[in-house]
Design a protein around this ligand. Structure first.
Ligand SMILES: [Zn+2]
Length: 258
């Protein structure tokens, strides 16, 4: 049980995992960053005033229901999974794995897909940053493989990303998913379901939620929730790189309460 509630505007995954797991997504509300980063920008790499970002990060830490160390990542659209540590050092990778109470992991996004993982035992959680490159490179499969649990015993929640209404990509993106699919059945499902032609000649509208779900199910995951929002459509709550170009980053956080 949470000892005190998280800010009301933060999203909390609706999924069945034990009470010792804390998981949430921040919104634009409540910080001190100014335009075009208003208000609660948590990315230091986007051109915002560093002092404002650090003050926002401090607010994030203070809003946690218990003292916790957060592992931050330098995200590179790859498939490297980092083991969370308590030393406050930012590590290079696109997923973070946590197996100790009092530790958490952070992923920053503004259209890319944050993917939460929790073993049903609650002793192990993870969080992945999945843009199309990382997704095609297997970041979700790599994250899942870090768990000693059977994939059927790991629950997944898909956080807010750019929806199929707005995620226009070139033919090379579709092809890279088909080429990198582990099986013919997966390649065929991706081809038939995850891309539809856009009004722009030679372009497609990609469903990043469906791509993630198809890949996770092919890897043996049974419990997948979330995947209904669009960061581009929801200007009030979310940053969107596709919509705004220079903008902030909101964060997803997962951890095990101390
Ligand atoms: Zn949209």
């Amino acid at each position: 049980m949470l000892t005190h509630p998280l800010p009301e505007d933060w999203l909390q995954p609706q999924w069945s995992v034990p009470d010792s797991v804390i998981a949430f997504v921040t919104t634009r509300d409540g910080g001190i960053s100014e335009a075009p980063f208003e208000q609660f920008n948590l990315g230091l790499h986007v051109g915002d005033v560093p002092a404002a970002v650090l003050a926002n990060r401090q607010r994030l830490i203070e809003a946690l229901p218990a003292p916790m160390h957060l592992q931050w990542l330098e995200q590179v659209h790859g498939n490297q999974v980092v083991d969370a540590q308590a030393d406050e050092v930012t590590r290079l990778g696109d997923a973070v794995y946590v197996d100790q109470p009092g530790l958490g992991g952070v992923v920053m996004t503004a259209d890319c897909l944050p993917v939460f993982f929790a073993s049903q035992s609650a002793q192990r959680v993870a969080l992945a940053h999945a843009g199309w490159r990382g997704l095609a490179a297997g970041v979700l499969e790599q994250t899942l493989a870090r768990f000693p649990d059977a994939p059927a015993d790991v629950s997944v929640y898909l956080g807010p990303a750019i929806g199929p209404c707005h995620f226009e990509v070139g033919a090379e993106v579709r092809q890279s998913f088909i080429d990198s699919a582990a099986t013919q059945a997966l390649a065929s499902a991706i081809d038939k379901q995850a891309f539809r032609p856009s009004t722009e000649q030679g372009k497609y509208l990609a469903d990043i939620y469906l791509l993630a779900s198809l890949k996770l199910r092919a890897a043996g995951v049974k419990h997948i929730e979330g995947g209904t929002l669009c960061t581009y459509c929801d200007r009030d709550r979310f940053y969107s790189y596709r919509r705004d170009g220079q903008t902030g980053r909101f964060v997803s956080v997962i951890g095990i309460l101390p």
